[in-house]
Ligand binder design. Structure first.
Ligand code: FDP
Length: 342
């Protein structure tokens, strides 16, 4: 089906409003959050695209502008999202991977009924070498009674998310999101500055082709995890060997596996007993998306979306991707000693 022709396009704004009309009770507040995220994504995309030029142009700018210091990209992305989201009257609080505490809505703006958690620029250690990076976000409803958001509003299990998405800043910029009615992808058309519907109703292929894991940690894995990886590689059991693809930028690895099928794994290891990735900013939103696309996500023992967070920056082991590939995790780790939760 053709969605976009030279004279008729499905922009993200049009898509969001059409989805909203399916729910006559909707107030439009969630749609507003998605519009604002799309705007922040465009601003960050423009900056990321110029990242390689910063050293060259920065020097010239230093001479002309009054001593302005070049901001690091992850700091820029963090501030851009906060400023795009704090004034709309839709959020009561935010939490960012870049900030130690809850971000409150300034007093002069209205507080709303939603909470936003986000990772402004995931994989930012890859910026210097021109590898894709991403933004990840998650929205839940406020559950406390007061005007302002509290820690309790943020520390909710992922199954309560009402929206989640990511932006990948790659060879093209894409925004992929779900509000619980499938997963839809939009590609930024830089000539008109709009996200256009390019990947409606994404379904993750199953079984998957790709295995994404940093196996430099093999020496620190327990026997269950080693056995699982041997199975994925077709060295143990009956499975066909998967191809290994590891960018080391979560959004890029996840996005490829979502479209091509596969599993991304960041297991616990002796050095990092709870893994590396953050539950609220990385695992939860991607788990909501993958489940909506027909896939699954687990920490090895428990469905990611059922974990009740205890702290803002909690880490979790993560196995995420095509359902049958993720199901193999519990089948293999069951009964074998593992470090999960150690
Ligand atoms: P980064 O440190 O570059 O920000 O969560 C952070 C993350 O990247 C993910 O994007 C990536 O999947 C992972 O860490 C890579 O970790 P390893 O270097 O330990 O493999």
């Amino acid at each position: 089906m053709v969605y976009n022709t030279p004279t008729s396009v499905v922009t993200i704004d049009r898509f969001i409003i059409e989805q909203e009309r399916l729910h006559p009770e909707a107030t439009g507040e969630l749609s507003g959050i998605l519009y604002d995220m799309a705007l922040a994504a465009k601003i960050i995309a423009a900056k990321v695209r110029r990242a390689g030029l910063v050293d060259i142009i920065g020097a010239t700018e230093m001479a002309n502008v009054q001593g302005e210091i070049q901001q690091k990209l992850d700091v820029f992305a963090n501030e851009t999202i906060i400023k795009a989201m704090d004034h709309g009257g839709r959020l009561c609080a935010m939490a960012s991977e870049e900030e130690p505490d809850i971000i409150q809505i300034p007093e002069h703006f209205r507080c709303g009924k939603y909470v936003l958690c986000f990772d402004p620029l995931d994989g930012s250690s890859n910026i210097d070498v021109n590898v894709p990076v991403g933004t990840i976000f998650s929205v839940v409803r406020k559950i406390t009674r007061g005007k302002h958001g509290e820690m309790e509003d943020i520390l909710q299990p992922g199954r309560r998310q009402v929206a989640a998405g990511y932006v990948i800043y790659g060879s093209s910029t894409m925004l992929v999101y779900t509000t619980g009615q499938g997963v839809h992808g939009f590609t930024l058309d830089p000539t008109i500055g709009e996200f256009l519907l390019s990947h409606p109703d994404i379904r993750i292929p199953d079984p998957g082709r790709y295995l994404s894991v940093n196996d430099a940690y093999e020496q620190y894995w327990d026997e269950g995890t080693r056995s699982l990886m041997r199975r994925y590689r077709g060295l143990e059991g009956e499975r066909r060997a998967m191809s290994v693809r590891y960018v080391g930028s979560l959004v890029a690895d996840f996005h490829r596996n979502l479209l091509g099928g596969g599993v991304f794994a960041y297991p616990s290891n002796k050095k990092a007993p709870r893994g590396k990735l953050r539950l609220l900013y990385e695992a939860n939103p991607l788990a909501f998306i993958v489940e909506q696309a027909g896939g699954a996500a687990t920490d090895g023992k428990c469905r990611i979306l059922d974990i009740s967070p205890d702290e803002l920056h909690q880490r979790t082991p993560l196995f995420i991707g095509s359902k049958s590939d993720v199901d193999l995790v519990s089948q293999t780790l069951r009964g074998v000693s593992t470090l999960v939760g150690a």
